[in-house]
Design a protein around this ligand. Structure first.
Ligand code: HEC
Length: 158
């Protein structure tokens, strides 16, 4: 009886060992394909796992939703209030592709933040300044993430 238990014990270890080996194998596979995934991420489509986005991708979704809502407000003739649209510091959080974090990206982020401040500086000419803000989204996206460009190019107000 004791022998059987001992055998079962060893056997279960063998199974566990085999399972963890399998895990490492699939992990290895994942690392092997990482360069391909990174390339795709730079173009932003398709995203490796759309249900598990990186913080920067999440913030970008909020920024796009905000731009959409700013556009509707301006088209209704309303004035945008900065308290409804706090600036989102997307450049401080983790992106899908860490290679984007280079000087030109941060310079684009700086110009974007400047355009953001200008939008709320005076209630006058907000449509014009909103369009300039969207231009600075486009400018960064032309270099770093061309996937959403088609969508962003619909944001400007004619
Ligand atoms: C300084 C560069 C920069 C600026 C400015 C910028 N973006 Fe982005 N955007 C990125 C990068 C980089 C990503 C990829 C983020 C990631 O996957 O982690 C991204 C991703 C996105 C996405 C896709 C998010 C997803 O679901 O994966 C949308 C939509 C987007 N941006 C819209 C906008 C809009 C709208 C603006 C302007 C209001 C804007 N972006 C301004 C660099 C920028």
């Amino acid at each position: 009886m004791k022998k059987t238990i001992a055998v079962l014990f060893v056997f279960s270890f063998l199974i566990l060992g085999w399972q963890s080996c399998n895990q490492t194998d699939s992990q290895k596979k994942e690392t092997a394909t990482t360069p391909v995934i990174t390339k795709e991420a730079k173009a932003c489509t398709p995203i490796k796992d759309p249900n598990n986005p990186k913080p920067m991708a999440l913030m970008m979704r909020m920024m796009a939703a905000n731009a959409d809502s700013m556009r509707s407000q301006l088209l209704r003739g309303e004035t945008l209030d900065s308290t409804n649209y706090p600036f989102i510091k997307f450049y401080l959080v983790e992106p899908t592709d860490p290679n984007v974090l280079e000087p030109q990206f941060f310079e684009n982020a700086r110009l974007f933040q400047q355009a953001y401040k200008n939008l709320f500086a005076k209630p006058k000419d907000q449509i014009k300044r909103y369009n300039l803000l969207i231009n600075s989204c486009i400018k960064c996206h032309e270099s770093y993430c061309s996937g959403p460009l088609k969508r962003i190019r619909k944001f400007p107000i004619e």
